[in-house]
Design a binder for this molecule. Sequence first.
Ligand SMILES: [Zn+2]
Length: 119
Amino acid sequence: MSEHLADWTKGEEAITYQTCGACGHVQYFHRAFCAACGASGPRERRASGKGRVYATSLVCRAATPETRAHVPYNILLVDCAEGFRMMAHGETGLAIGDAVNASFKPFAGKLVPFFTKKT
Ligand SMILES: [Zn+2]
């Protein structure tokens, strides 16, 4: 039986991920099985929020009326310290390779992970 940790999608200030007990695969998107070897019941863990910028993309056109107030905003791909990659918001001016830390920020009525440069 795998426990379920609350994360930011549930309004909790946390990023969670899964590790496979059989092959060690690390995945961000939560599934009932390992995407690499198919073993069931990967373990959920809470991430440290530490990572490195893999890619950045400045969004200048709002996709929905709720996000219009936020443009321009930066969307990042972050390689997290635990070995998974996630998409998240981040401060503008971040460059590829920058070390970042996760915090959380309201965005269009939801709490979302927001990465800032590690100081
Ligand atoms: Zn596996």
